[in-house]
Design a binder for this molecule. Structure first.
Ligand code: ZN
Ligand code: ZN
Length: 217
């Protein structure tokens, strides 16, 4: 079977995202996704909660702020602490039963790993639909995945509902989180997608600023 999954989505459990659980399920279904990985910044709280509340297949994940850049952990039931070295972060993800993805390794303004990307990772996010400059990021990430012979995955890094599914990974696996994680490690996956359209990025910025202005937090 083939699973179509956006492997990088932030919800309102990340302070910088507008995506409510309802948005997440609505847009995932609209884009024909079989699964979504919820990868909030340094927390699995939303992922675990939303996974229980919907029958959409949710891969509970996290985007950890390591000392040298962001790292995604997938298939986790517990958070991984931030501020560790990339190697320690990958070890912690593995100890917790997850797989480690070097996300947007060459994107500007994103807290990217750059030269700290290494062969310890289980996969490289070669397409991140929010990465800038997009073409260069895809090229450089693909090169490093080839150099380390690592599987390639894709995700939107969505912070706004309509962007979900701009990038996605096709995975040869049964639709279960364990099967998906194993198939990614074995390289039975392929990345697809394009950059989030500028109009959506601008809309998101306006919505986000409004939400901050009128926020009581
Ligand atoms: Zn990031
Ligand atoms: Zn992200």
């Amino acid at each position: 079977m083939q699973v179509k999954a956006d492997l990088h989505v932030h919800t309102i459990y990340s302070r910088d995202s507008l995506i409510t659980p309802k948005d997440l399920v609505f847009y995932a279904r609209k884009r024909g996704l079989t699964a979504v990985a919820i990868t909030d910044h340094d927390t699995v709280e939303g992922a675990l909660k939303i996974a229980k509340e919907t029958d959409l297949l949710i891969i509970s994940g996290i985007e950890v702020s390591s000392r040298n850049g962001h790292i995604i952990g997938l298939n986790l039931q517990e958070p991984v602490e931030k501020g560790l070295s990339p190697d320690e972060t990958v070890d912690k993800i593995h100890d917790a039963g997850g797989i480690a993805v070097a996300c947007h390794p060459f994107a500007l303004y994103k807290g990217s790993l750059g030269k700290h990307t290494n062969a310890k990772f289980d996969a490289i996010e070669t397409i991140n639909a929010s990465a800038f400059p997009f073409g260069r990021c895809v090229r450089k990430a693909t090169q490093i995945a080839e150099r380390f012979r690592l599987p390639c995955v894709a995700g939107t890094d969505a912070h706004y509902g309509p962007a979900i599914g701009c990038a996605y990974t096709l995975i040869d696996a049964e639709p279960s989180v364990d099967a998906i994680a194993k198939a990614i490690v074995r390289g039975q996956c392929q990345p697809f997608g394009k950059s989030v359209p500028l109009t959506l990025t601008l809309k998101r910025q306006v919505r986000y600023l409004k939400s901050r202005l009128f926020s009581t937090r």
